[in-house]
Design a protein around this ligand. Structure first.
Ligand code: ADP
Ligand code: ZN
Length: 529
């Protein structure tokens, strides 16, 4: 069946879309998948949340046979397998929590070729009774690869050494022809070397993915009432090619028309145009026949223009993933380029309203979370790179010297005391509540939810009345961006303390935050709902 799937797919991009529903690869993914398809050994280092799984999952689907995934955590296996099965992909796991019957029927499914990905814990994989089964798999359906997740567990230099991982190299001895993919988020040289040695990787291709694009300048422009004039001036200030993204087709047409009238060579691009017009406009842009393309997000997939000098989002992008991809079309030649979002907090209620109209509550939750993330980016006062890269799980220390917040910093204030109040309130509420509730408690709110949880009795109740809700929100966001506090992202956004939060609470670390000049709250209340 795999061969026929391969036949129908034009490219890896199509496979990505068909199996996972994504439109673009993240940095590194495509090359990794290509190398995996050539049966190379691979060492993949990517931050958590960066998209490692796809690097072995997509090849597993495209190659004949079974890919065996070694994974240390039973809970994690369950999640990954659930997500795959939800996508209609044959995946299963074997571990000690399963009954004998369940194990038996899963093994049958594997031998019948119904499964492309099998997740196992290392101790099971190397158990003596497992060997004959694995051998049977190899001879009946074939084994396409071994993927070793959390590969740093093999190294005593890593933070989570697991002796069982040392046994994995037996697989190489038993099955010398089957490629091994090792994946981890831990990147020290020492651990890398250890992984290569301990797993006996053969001339592995090593990928250390960073999502950072140092040549891109990131900025937010507060969107004014006369926003077109503002946009026009901005475009005038740039040399070279640029893309302007708008949310609706109507505003694409309008902006392109007005720019043309004002003497800028610009063309529209959106899904409502005929194929001929669209590809003709796209080609003229690529050939530098025209300076600016005004487009909906339909534009840009698979276009290969390296010297785009600026990307402007005239409206707030839908989510950070999209923003990263769209802004990433700038400066692919490595030369300086500019990424600007025009942002008006007053547009948020309308977006909220659109989310309310979605029929599926799960979809609503995801969309609301995505909106919050992009707002955090737009309203944030910390280094934009730090905020953007944090979304991909990458820690960036800030002071990039190439974003508006770093180049034109807003005044900073010492808010250590306030941070301690906030964090201790999170602790007193047992790390089970979100930002709004914590602020309610701090400000001594009489809301039912506060009393129902007995939080009006806490020592932190009402100790934050001196600051507005917005001031507390600003602090909370800054704590998140600076990594001084965490937030769960699986649907409900619950605030959690981390190691660094405790350093603040123990007075081992001070907290400085940049104070926003334009109060978001005021702009918000200016708009009628
Ligand atoms: P890791 O294993 O590196 O921690 P995951 O593989 O779990 O990360 O991926 C993190 C998130 O990124 C998942 O929600 C996944 O669906 C998403 N993701 C991965 N690749 C892409 C892509 N090409 N486009 C959009 N989302 C992606
Ligand atoms: Zn910066």
């Amino acid at each position: 069946p795999t061969a026929s799937i391969m036949y129908q797919l034009q490219s890896l991009g199509d496979a990505l879309k068909q199996f996972f529903g994504y439109t673009t690869f993240r940095p590194g993914q495509q090359q990794i998948v290509e190398e995996a398809l050539q049966n190379r050994d691979l060492l993949i280092i990517m931050p958590t949340g960066g998209g490692k799984s796809l690097c072995f999952q997509l090849p597993a689907l495209l190659k004949p046979g079974l890919t065996v995934v070694v994974s240390p955590l039973i809970a994690l296996m369950q999640d990954q397998v659930d997500a795959l099965v939800d996508n209609g992909i044959g995946a299963t796991f074997l571990n000690s929590t399963l009954s004998w019957d369940a194990v038996r029927s899963r093994e049958m499914a594997i031998l019948n070729g119904k499964i492309k990905l099998l997740y196992v814990a290392p101790e099971r994989l190397l158990a003596e009774r497992f060997a004959p089964f694995l051998e049977q798999v190899r001879s009946q359906v074939g084994i396409s690869a071994f993927a070793v997740d959390e590969a740093h567990c093999v190294s005593a230099w890593g933070h989570d050494f697991r002796p069982e991982y040392r046994q994995i190299k037996q697989l190489r001895q038993r099955y010398p022809d089957i490629p091994i993919l090792a994946l981890t988020a831990t990147a020290t040289k020492r651990v890398q070397q250890d992984i290569v040695q301990q797993l006996t990787l053969r001339q592995p291709s090593i990928h250390i993915a960073s999502f950072n694009r140092p040549n891109l300048y990131y900025e937010i422009q507060p969107k004014q009432r006369q926003s077109y004039n503002q946009l026009f001036k901005k475009v005038q200030s740039h040399k070279g090619s640029g893309i302007i993204y708008c949310l609706s087709r109507r505003s694409v047409d309008e902006v392109a028309f007005r720019l043309q009238k004002d003497g800028i060579s610009a063309l529209p691009y959106h899904a409502g145009m005929s194929d001929i017009d669209r590809s003709s406009n796209q080609n003229r842009f690529i050939r530098d026949d025209v300076q600016v393309i005004v487009a909906t997000i339909a534009f840009g997939m698979g276009i290969n223009k390296l010297d785009v000098r600026f990307v402007i989002h005239y409206d707030l992008p839908r989510n950070l993933e999209g923003y990263y991809q769209e802004s990433g079309r700038a400066g692919r030649d490595g030369e300086p380029a500019y990424c600007t979002i025009f942002y008006r907090p007053g547009d948020v209620p309308r977006l909220d309203y659109l989310i309310d109209q979605k029929p599926d509550p799960r979809e609503q939750r995801v969309a609301r979370q995505q909106l919050q993330q992009i707002r955090d980016y737009a309203e944030g006062t910390d280094c934009r790179r730090t905020i953007l890269l944090r979304y991909f799980g990458e820690r960036f220390k800030g002071n990039c010297d190439n974003c508006d917040n770093c180049c034109h910093p807003k005044p900073v204030e010492d808010w250590t005391i306030e941070a301690q109040k906030f964090l201790s309130c999170v602790a007193r509420c047992r790390e089970r509540f979100g930002m709004t509730h914590i602020i309610d408690v701090l400000r001594g709110s009489r809301k039912k939810k506060v009393e129902q949880n007995g939080h009006h009795l806490l020592s932190t109740y009402g100790i934050g009345r001196d600051k507005s809700i917005d001031a507390w929100k600003m602090l909370a966001r800054s704590l998140l961006h600076q990594g001084l506090m965490d937030e769960t992202t699986d649907g409900y956004r619950v605030l959690k303390l981390n190691k660094r939060s405790w350093e603040v609470l123990r007075k081992q670390r001070s907290v400085h935050i940049a104070i926003t000049q334009t109060p978001v709250a005021k702009a918000l209340s200016d708009v009628s709902p």
